[in-house]
Design a protein around this ligand. Structure first.
Ligand code: B12
Ligand code: SF4
Ligand code: SF4
Length: 383
């Protein structure tokens, strides 16, 4: 079998940077497939500590994640890319409006997976055309690829204490994408850590999800709890979630390197106005079809209506706004146990003790689900 030609490497490299910029990428760097192997060992420690929670897919794919050559034995170079999605204004402003839901910046616009994947394919095809041979595979987020360590090894930035990639030119608001190719391309040098003595991201975390700098226990992270976790959220963590109904941005938003961050360049990655501070009462009143229509094209739709309502009801419970009690009461009969359970909790936070006792007496005897029964019992004990 003949190995793919690489064309004129200097010309291709210059052209690659220019083409990546034309497609909306913020930066483009190259890493060898074995350029980030220590990350695989750290992945093992992370899994062993239980920090992945119930994301079983992280352990199931560990061998491919740890080494890109297991994922695709022919890979000879990896082109790593960043795309800026910096928000307009203060990313945390909605946290000060407890009757509204805070959707994290990455989900306030079109699903970035779709936006980036199409552009990665275009860039990869351009590369193959220049080289006159070769193959590519493109990945963004969902494949078993350790994108952050690969991006750091490629020199796009460094993994900050919050574990995400930060760059001096682009701050924390960056999506990552990868093009694997069997073409031999010269690797770039890695970037150094520029966190210095800063620990702003560790200190702001509402749930103390960092057991140590550079390590995240996903089981405490609001992003994991509101997006990945499918079941009831532990009672002690619910009050800490505030009005964050989908993801969390606190640790990204405080990073001082964001003063250099570019706002989202692509129209598709600019926030839809109605996603910035949607009223909780309006979200709680949506039926499944309205939920799907409202979040059409957004990653929020991926978690489904029941899990989303769970999050909205926790935010309602945290609102301290008695006007939202009706919105919680309306879900005490919801067909999903997950939603009923969080409606009970929200009622317990907003209703008077007498009303709580009355509701428990009315609903507990007929409740079949063990999880929801436990919520009623807890409410009865507190009231
Ligand atoms: C699983 C996952 C999650 C999980 C776990 C996050 C995590 N930190 O691992 C959850 C659901 C919590 C999550 C949340 C978020 N995610 Co996420 N997630 C992923 C995913 C799919 C895999 C990440 C992974 O491999 N984790 C396993 C751990 C072991 O790897 P690691 O974080 O790199 O861990 C390193 C450190 O612990 C380090 N380390 C350990 N000890 C030490 C000591 C020293 C001294 C040093 C230097 C390093 C170090 O070594 C490890 C290996 O490099 C990636 C996409 C992908 N395919 O890579 C997106 C990804 C990381 N997520 C992303 C985003 C945007 C988010 C959120 C901001 C979304 C939001 N707004 O809610 C939050 C941020 C939370 C946070 N602080 O990390 C982006 C990050 C972009 C960037 N600039 O880095 C990614 C890359 C998706 C993408 N394609 O853009 N995510
Ligand atoms: S995303 Fe939020 S909860 Fe998760 S680590 Fe960052 S600040 Fe903490
Ligand atoms: S907030 Fe500070 S410690 Fe955290 S990633 Fe940014 S520079 Fe590093």
């Amino acid at each position: 079998m003949t190995r793919p030609r690489s064309g004129d490497p200097v010309r291709i490299r210059k052209g690659l940077d220019a083409k990546a910029a034309e497609l909306g990428f913020a930066a483009c760097r190259i890493v060898a497939p074995d350029g980030a192997l220590p990350a695989g060992l750290r992945l093992e420690s992370w899994l062993a500590a239980g920090h992945a929670g119930d994301m079983a897919w992280m352990a199931e794919t560990r061998a491919r994640r740890a080494d890109p050559r297991v994922l695709w034995p022919q890979v000879r170079s990896i082109v790593m890319l960043t795309m800026a999605y910096g928000p307009e204004g203060d990313a945390l402003a909605t946290l000060r409006a407890p009757d509204c839901g805070n959707i994290s910046v990455y989900a306030r616009h079109r699903d970035y997976h779709e936006v980036i994947k199409g552009r990665l394919k275009q860039l990869g095809q351009w590369l193959l055309a220049q080289a006159g041979a070769g193959e590519i595979k493109v990945f963004v987020d969902t494949a078993p690829v350790m994108e952050k360590p690969l991006a750091a090894a490629a020199g796009l930035g460094w993994q900050g204490r919050h574990t995400n990639l930060v760059s001096r030119a682009g701050g924390s608001w960056l999506f990552l994408g990868a093009i694997f190719t069997n073409l031999p391309l010269a690797a770039d040098a890695p970037e150094e850590d520029h966190c210095g003595s800063c620990r702003a991201c560790l200190d702001i975390c509402p749930t103390a999800a960092f057991p140590a700098p550079y390590q995240l226990d996903a089981r405490r992270c609001i992003s994991y709890l509101t997006i990945e976790h499918k079941g009831f959220i532990a009672a002690e963590l619910r009050p800490l979630i505030g009005n964050r109904i989908y993801g969390c941005d606190d640790c990204l938003a405080v990073c001082p390197w964001n003063k250099f961050a570019a706002r989202a360049q692509l129209m598709q990655l600019q926030a839809r106005a109605e996603m910035v501070a949607p009223p909780l009462a309006r979200l709680a009143a949506q039926d499944d079809a309205q939920f799907r229509a409202f979040f059409a094209g957004s990653p929020v739709k991926r978690i489904g209506h029941a899990r989303f309502l769970r999050n909205v009801l926790i935010a309602i419970g945290n609102s301290a706004d008695a006007r939202l009690l009706d919105a919680a009461l309306a879900h005490l009969h919801n067909e999903a146990a997950l939603v009923r359970g969080m409606a009970v909790w929200a009622c317990g936070r907003l209703a008077s003790p007498a009303k709580c006792r009355e509701l428990a007496a009315q609903h507990l005897p007929g409740e079949q689900d063990a999880g929801v029964r436990a919520e009623w019992q807890a409410l009865g004990e507190e009231a």
